[in-house]
Design a protein around this ligand. Sequence first.
Ligand SMILES: Cc1cc2nc3c(=O)[nH]c(=O)nc-3n(C[C@H](O)[C@H](O)[C@H](O)COP(=O)(O)OP(=O)(O)OC[C@H]3O[C@@H](n4cnc5c(N)ncnc54)[C@H](O)[C@@H]3O)c2cc1C
Length: 383
Amino acid sequence: MGTEAEVIVVGSGPAGTAAVLDLVRAGHDVLWLDRLPGARPKPCAGGLTPKAAARLRADVSPVVRERTPVIRMSWRGYRASDFRGSDDVCLLTHRPELDDWHRGLACAAGAVITPVRRLLRLRQDTQGVSLTVLDERDTVCTWRARWLIAADGAHSPVRRLVLGQGAVPVAVALEGLLARDVCRRWPGMQFDFGEVAGGYGWLFPKGDHVNVGLYCWHPGVTLGQPQLLDYARRTLGSDALTDIQGYPIATHGDQLPLSAGRVLFAGDAAGLAEPLLGEGIYGALLSGQQAAAAVLNEDAASVYARQMARWRLELRHTRQITRLFYGTLPLAFGVLTHLLKSPLMEGAAAGLTLVQSKRRWLTAAAARASSPACSQTSGGRRD
Ligand SMILES: Cc1cc2nc3c(=O)[nH]c(=O)nc-3n(C[C@H](O)[C@H](O)[C@H](O)COP(=O)(O)OP(=O)(O)OC[C@H]3O[C@@H](n4cnc5c(N)ncnc54)[C@H](O)[C@@H]3O)c2cc1C
């Protein structure tokens, strides 16, 4: 048994769905594969920054449970400070609802998800890719296409088939859900840096529950359930968490190949989450859309590499910032609170990346320093 398509997309998370949606809307023939329905939902706190929301092809409001212009940040619960933007800095969604809504857009445009049990083999030649899978009826079948977009997450089975290794994830996050009626208090969105070494704890309120989690950007660290329960008890007065799940987040995309022959990697399969906070939905949407645009060209791999260059550079810069930030806590938290709070939140509210926010702040500071008014002020005069 076999079939053909122009493009095969593996994965229906943010990256795969973004790719399929653009391809199908442009009239292309796509074979879209994911695991059988009923697999556990992807662990994810569902926080959408304005830059991520802006990449979605429709207004995400129907699945936004809460939105907030302010995040309470602390160092291990001390020196808590409200970080406020002039507009929303995060839209809080429940990830299964976000995925259903996003896939619904692609399906409404004509896409169909074909469930598979297992990916078995991938072969390439100069004309295309052949992917052999075990389908939902336990039948082995082979599909062929000119290009394959691997958007199959941090463990990336496609990457294993093609390169012999997964995305070698370096960050990890562990989360659980706490029902509203057992919370001692109803929190705002909150980050507690230093809650775990090299990371932070988070509280994301979502109407009927709070998503409680721990993130660590260090390679090889294991986050334990007792740490998560203890954090929930201290912050919300209860450890009655349900749906506790951990998962790696692949954050080193600047060091990984973006493609191998006719296979383009997108989202976590390409390591495109940013390491400071583990935000991965933006990189997934961006790369899914860029991969979809690239496969319309015969030199898709080089087009894709060019289109993703800026984000991969951002990941490299952000990793340096991340190392510095977590390596110098709590001092770094003081600097963040006193010096960087406003530019970061204004940048986030305006849909900028971390590096763009930093650049905008430095440019404004340089302009202020070189303006005549400023020279006069530094000369002793106050206007
Ligand atoms: C606990 C936690 C909390 C997080 N919170 C946030 C957050 O609030 N905001 C944010 O921006 N990011 C967050 N992230 C990161 C974010 O979840 C990921 O970066 C993002 O989901 C990556 O999207 P993706 O489409 O690349 O991969 P995924 O979302 O992992 O999707 C991969 C898809 O591939 C499919 N697949 C996997 N294997 C196979 C196979 N063998 N055959 C067929 N299909 C397969 C899966 O079923 C899935 O549909 C969090 C991560 C974790 C672990």
